[in-house]
Design a protein around this ligand. Structure first.
Ligand code: ASP
Ligand code: MG
Length: 594
């Protein structure tokens, strides 16, 4: 006999008929012998409706009262579902977040879960009852010591369910929704998108825009951190859905269920080389050609970055195994002058580098982490040759001789234990059965911006990131230019990044005091962009994946404005109007349509 947590979303309990069908499904699970905790959302569009009511009374409803109001939606569902179960002869008891003991931060409207007291639920389960829990809500102690109702943020009942499952040590958490599971891409743009049977939590987090449409990202972070098997499936069918997996096994302890340390590993890969190209023509097909000659020569590249320089040509850089550096330099140089453009591009090679990465769920959503990594290295006089970021990882390429020192500094800064420090690249499995790319996502809510003239001294890039993170602005993709430009302060570089579009003006204000100190430095806001990302944990072990993506875009006539990769994600920034076509082309090129 195992314990299962089953969560039913608003559409699954959207009518009395659907609610009864849910009760029937729960009855079956219970009769098969498992203990069941059910978490439910408010019925149908109730939460929207309640929000509308609040707004029609007040333009800015007080957060405390809004939580009081919104939490009522879930309370209706639990009572009705519990009645429906009892009608079917199943012992059941409903509980609010407070009755369960879901303790959160005292932040109305966006509270994160600190801990869950499981005794009351366990007692009810031991008595043979199904426990029906209100999702989305918890309880917090306010500054003056009073108990308050909090909510976790829209879509938060997924997070309630997964947190409860982790705290109870459940065998699995099943999220029932109105889609069959997680698809390879957005089916509204690519109708041939296929259902994925399995996907890792890391991959799901990287597919941010795609993933968020199916599951609350915080729910995925919890499942990842605690190694909880999570299934997304339809409440309308018996299809098994998509299973999300994680190989981490953190124990739920203390009072920081959702607020655990943001960084859970540090990885160092030594013996890396870097090839930097400047003045690469800015036109479709160039990145594809370069990648193809490299994979044609049997050279597997690791990180790739590209950004626009001087508004006319691109900078490009990639890292690879040190032993392949000379050959890579030769094959790439052979293309110089043969890719069009007004002048041949320039190639430089740097040996003896190392890649240092911080790993943790939701690392980009906590902008302070990258900034603090860069600052720690900068204070020690360690320069960053390259920066690569993704949802679950921030990597820096540094001089190999500084690797030991950098490792010690970061280990201390992020309080990591020896078992959280990995000194080797994760080896590829021999016959990897899973395809290199699992899914492709399109992100349209972002803009590009660059800071020109960041002094080329240690800590300068960190200062830019810090100024933004102090203002709570999350940078997603960050690319540091390889080319230097001359400013009154000496050599300087450009830093390009993508950020939420509505944060552009805020970023300008946040950076102003810093940029004033650097003559010649300025923020150049870019237009709206689309970012297409291909994601797959098997990518580092499959040569030519990036080249294939670049080729697909080139063949569709789409120019790539910016490239940023991490181990499990390749992102290309394209003009906004090319976004959907780019998504289709990339999805097709990886045979994701089956
Ligand atoms: N009822 C809440 C909402 O609509 C929570 C949820 O459904 O997950 O956002
Ligand atoms: Mg939902």
């Amino acid at each position: 006999m195992a314990l299962l947590v089953q969560k039913f979303g608003g559409s699954s309990v959207g009518s009395l008929e659907r609610l009864k069908a849910v009760a029937e499904r729960v009855r079956k699970t219970r009769h098969a012998g498992d203990d069941v905790v059910v978490v439910v959302s408010a019925m149908g569009k109730t939460t929207d409706e309640l929000t509308r009511l609040a707004r029609s009374i007040s333009r800015h409803p007080p957060q405390r009262e809004l939580d009081m109001l919104l939490a009522s939606g879930e309370q209706v569902s639990i009572a009705l579902l519990s009645m429906a179960l009892q009608e079917l002869g199943v012992a059941a008891v409903s509980m609010t977040g407070q009755q369960v003991g879901i303790v959160t931060e005292a932040a109305h409207g966006r509270a994160r879960i600190l801990n869950i007291r499981t005794e009351r639920v366990r007692t009810c389960l031991a008595e043979g009852a199904v426990v029906v829990v209100a999702g989305f809500q918890g309880t917090a102690t306010s500054a003056n010591g009073n108990l308050e109702i909090t909510t976790l943020g829209r879509g938060g009942s997924d997070t309630s369910a997964v947190a409860l499952a982790a705290a109870l040590g459940a065998k699995c958490c099943e999220i029932y929704t109105d889609v069959e599971g997680v698809l390879t891409t957005d089916p509204r743009i690519v109708p041939s998108a296929q259902l994925l049977e399995h996907i890792s939590c890391d991959e799901m987090l990287e597919l941010a825009s795609l993933g968020a449409a199916v599951l609350h990202p915080r729910a995925v972070e919890i499942a990842r951190n605690y190694g909880l098997p999570l299934v997304v499936r339809s409440s309308l069918s018996d299809h098994p859905g998509t299973c999300l997996t994680s190989n981490r096994r953190q124990r739920v302890a203390g009072a920081a269920l959702e607020l655990g340390k943001p960084v859970d590993a540090l990885e160092l890969v030594r013996h890396q080389g870097l090839v930097a190209l400047s003045h690469v023509p800015d036109r479709p097909g160039v990145a594809a050609r370069l990648s193809e000659v490299l994979s044609g020569a049997g050279i597997n590249v690791d990180l790739i970055v590209q950004s626009l320089h001087e508004g006319a040509s691109n900078d490009m850089a990639f890292t690879l195994e040190r032993r392949d550096l000379e050959r890579a330099h030769a094959v790439v140089s052979a293309l110089s002058g043969r890719l069009g453009g007004t002048r041949p591009f320039v190639v430089a090679a740097y040996p003896e580098l190392a890649k240092l990465s911080l790993v943790g769920a939701g690392i980009t959503a906590r902008p302070g982490v990258a900034a603090s990594m860069f600052a720690t290295l900068g204070q020690a006089g360690i320069s960053l040759r390259m920066i690569a970021t993704s949802e679950v990882k921030v990597s820096c390429v540094i001089e190999d001789r500084a690797a030991g020192q950098a490792l010690d500094l970061l280990r201390e800064r992020f309080a990591l234990t020896p078992s959280q420090v990995h000194l080797e690249a994760i080896p590829c499995e021999d016959e990897d059965s899973s395809p290199a790319v699992r899914g492709v996502a399109l992100d349209c809510g972002q803009a590009q911006a660059s800071v020109h003239g960041v002094p080329d001294w240690p800590g300068a890039a960190a200062a830019v990131c810090r100024a933004l993170s102090d203002d709570n602005i999350s940078l997603d993709t960050i690319v540091q230019s390889e080319c230097t430009r001359q400013t009154p302060l000496g050599a300087a570089r450009d830093l390009a990044f993508t950020l939420p579009r509505q944060a552009l003006e805020q970023a300008r204000q946040a950076l102003a005091p810093l940029l004033q100190q650097w003559p010649g430095a300025e923020l150049i806001p870019g237009g709206p962009i689309a970012r297409v990302s291909a994601v797959g944990a098997g990518m580092p072990c499959t040569a030519g994946t990036a080249g294939r993506m670049f080729r697909a875009l080139a063949d569709a006539g789409i120019n790539i404005a910016m490239i940023a990769t991490s181990e499990i994600r390749i992102s290309c920034v394209v003009a906004q109007e090319d976004g959907e076509a780019a998504l289709r082309a990339v999805h097709h090129s990886f045979n994701l349509a089956g």
